[in-house]
Design a binder for this molecule. Sequence first.
Ligand SMILES: Nc1ncnc2c1ncn2[C@@H]1O[C@H](COP(=O)(O)OP(=O)(O)OP(=O)(O)O)[C@@H](O)[C@H]1O
Ligand SMILES: [Mg+2]
Length: 495
Amino acid sequence: MSGAASRACPKDTLLTQFADLGLDKPILKTLAAQGYETPTPIQAQAIPYVLEGRDLLGIAQTGTGKTAAFALPIIQRLIHRKRPAPRRGARCLVLSPTRELASQIADSFRTYGQGLGLGVAVVFGGAKYGPQVRALAPGLDVLVATPGRLLDHLGEKTCFLGETEIFVLDEADQMLDLGFIVPIRKITQHLPKSRQNLFFSATMPGEIGKLAGELLKDPAKVSVAPQATTVERINQQVLFVEGARKRELLVELFANPELTRTIVFTRTKRGADKVAKHLEVAGVGAAAIHGDKSQGQRERALAAFRAGRVRVLVATDIAARGIDVDAVSHVVQFELPHVPESYVHRIGRTARAGADGSAIALVADDERPLLRDIQRVTRQTIPALDRRRDPALAVMAKANKALDQQDGGWEPQPETASAKPRPQARPQARPQGRAPGRPQGHGHGHGQAHGQHGPGQHPRGEGQANRQPRPEGQASRPQGRAPNRGGGGRRFAGG
Ligand SMILES: Nc1ncnc2c1ncn2[C@@H]1O[C@H](COP(=O)(O)OP(=O)(O)OP(=O)(O)O)[C@@H](O)[C@H]1O
Ligand SMILES: [Mg+2]
């Protein structure tokens, strides 16, 4: 837990043990095996309410264990009131904004519920229907889904939610925001009126909080820290730089060996591809993940990053929420997001579960209003360094520009330019500058983009663009992760 969380938390919850929360022995045993020593504040405060059957709105910072805060008591309730799941139905439905997060949540349920005989499945777009239909057919204890594909199943009557007992919205503010609210409303029409509703997020802007209030019945409200509080242990920094020099600055950053496992966020899918390519050319192993990649490419990129086969994951906001990768050392924002809450989620991919981390935002002059919004929403001033008119970057930029003119590499070039012969391969020609990137293995996932959406089309981010209740071509299910893959005890700092 972070310092901010512990200050905001009632004193008695700091001393709480999992055994004090009313959880059964088999679950306690699993937690011990996972190395979870003490509950985090959101777990200590939310679990008793969920066990009572109360509706709940839970707000806590990124990486503080919200998944277990709902999954553990849900598992216990399902076990205590053991009954067969309805055919094609699910006793508990969890909705998530992205496929990768849905997979991860399903894996958490499987891990926390191991040995208890729970039926858990995940359905999302981009995957084949057949296996999903077969998984749904006998009925499930826990179904984790993205809204679009779930609506397809409801429409085809391959899924039935009329007897669902518990409904969870993870990343609730995003799920209730413009991009998702229509599918969510449609899905709730399939749910029984009498049910338990659990909404969780690290952010909850006021107007969306009101909407959440309309869907919750007499909810318990647990707010470990004010919404949109960033994790204290994240060392945040802004670098002011000319937009045209960002790529040089980015490569320079990777000369620092402390950037062991880094996520670079871009605003657009095309930008993600370009940044990944640029890093690769500079010798920094990178894979890109965004909504125009095939599901296979998305899975391979995330798997390569998780396994440490690439040093950098270049991502759109598709990876901003909920994704839990161990030991992410740095988050770099190549561009600031249009929605200030996204900043909180993006940087929250580091400094999870009590670890430390750093977040660096590259800010061009025209992004200053976005920075102001972020600082207002997060109630902080982020330390800034001015790298504009930096001579070292200017030298690198000049060399890059010459290369671009040769091969049309960075900025879109007229067709005639790209038709010019390429006298020299880029890696040799690129100057090392004052801070060359560390050579890395080759990344994955620079696949063809298809169906490109205009960058400004949905200012609230790409995760929401995945909302279409339409099949999307996909090969297989992503590899999720177990909640704890490390050995030994795990304790949040100060918790
Ligand atoms: N009590 C605990 N003790 C130790 N580690 C824990 C505990 N609870 C959760 N964790 C670990 O903390 C990490 C973050 O948990 P989780 O993904 O649930 O965070 P979150 O609050 O949902 O974050 P986000 O807002 O980014 O979705 C996971 O790796 C999880 O295994
Ligand atoms: Mg989460």
